[in-house]
Design a protein around this ligand. Structure first.
Ligand code: UDP
Ligand code: MG
Length: 305
């Protein structure tokens, strides 16, 4: 059986559309399936729509979070709920072409365990959004060591991978990169990002920045190593300056006045604070993980267990 996981945040207009499109598609292809909607604490009638869809067809079920926990949590809640032999993560706004699921499913039948959906181009989105996404993925690719430029959350994963991901003890996860990290026998399927069916994108610049920073720090310690590198460079620079200053002092023409002192103080103070900030961020991460709070809280559920 195939489980389709659909995170939904304020998507009341898209639920029925997504459920009908997918159900019809799977029926025509004769694939046994379940569709799991995860209502990520929506403020509109998303949950009501999910209940309606669940009433209409048996293959639809839904869970609802007590508040907005973010897409990442929604994906993991979906994985937890999934009882299929494989699962695919799908966006509620139908930006991923549904027929690609069939293509992925056929590849899974051939024995692949991770089938990555790869964007052939980024559809929609403002210029700024696209620029931001590009920069973020460049940094991420460098850190993770895999090309993340065109990855998406659109993936089909085998039961083995689902169980492996669910067994990870960490709370701050990054689904997109974790499927690379987990290894397994993987392949790719290219797809074109469609225009959003209804409504608007849930991301804004603050949300995206937070998402980017939290994903980088939850996946890699490279920023910490960067501090060491910058520190070493500064140290070399200071050594040269020290020699030069001493030499001039001995020659009787010492460096002039406060300007140099103030500049150096600012440089050292600034870089120290920046470094402390980065370290602080990692400590905050540790703090969050150590608290061991759940990734999400389910308040309601609908459909057959
Ligand atoms: N989403 C979610 N929680 C959030 C934000 C988004 O579950 O806090 C869902 C949203 O309902 C959609 C998917 O994640 O199904 C992708 O969101 P969106 O279309 O806004 O992002 P974009 O396609 O612009 O990257
Ligand atoms: Mg979208």
């Amino acid at each position: 059986m195939l489980s389709v996981i659909i995170p939904a945040y304020n998507e009341e207009q898209n639920i029925a559309l997504a459920a009908e499109t997918l159900t019809g598609l799977f029926e025509s292809e004769n694939i046994s399936n379940e569709i799991i909607f995860v209502d990520d604490g929506s403020k509109d009638k998303t949950y009501l729509e999910i209940c309606r869809a669940a009433e209409k067809s048996d293959n639809v079920k839904g869970v609802s979070f007590s508040r907005n926990f973010g897409k990442e949590s929604a994906i993991f809640a979906g994985l937890e709920e999934a009882s299929g032999d494989c699962a695919v993560v799908f966006d509620c706004d139908l930006q991923f072409p549904p027929v690609k699921i069939i293509e992925m499913y056929r590849l899974w039948e051939k024995g692949y365990e991770v089938i990555e959906g790869v964007k052939s181009d980024r559809g929609g989105g403002s210029l700024m959004y696209n620029m931001f996404a590009k920069t973020f993925y460049k940094i991420m690719s460098r850190f993770v060591g895999v090309d993340m430029q065109s990855t998406s959350d659109f993936k089909l994963i085998d039961r083995k991978v689902i169980d492996a991901l669910l067994s990870l003890p960490e709370r701050n996860t990054f689904f997109r990169a974790l499927s690379f990290w987990s290894g397994f026998n993987s392949t790719q399927v290219e797809f074109k990002v469609e225009k959003r069916a209804n409504g608007t994108s849930k991301w804004n610049l603050t949300k995206l920045t937070k998402y980017a920073v939290s994903n980088i720090t939850s996946f890699t310690t490279a920023p910490l190593q960067l501090i060491t590198v910058i520190g070493s460079i500064l140290l070399c620079f200071m050594a040269i300056l020290a020699v030069q200053t001493l030499a001039r002092y001995l020659c009787g023409s010492s460096a002039e006045g406060f300007t140099t002192v103030i500049l150096l103080l600012l440089l050292i103070g600034g870089s120290l604070m920046l470094a402390l900030g980065v370290i602080g961020y990692y400590i905050a991460r540790i703090y969050e993980e150590v608290k061991g709070r759940p990734r999400y809280i389910v308040s309601r559920r609908v459909g057959k267990k």
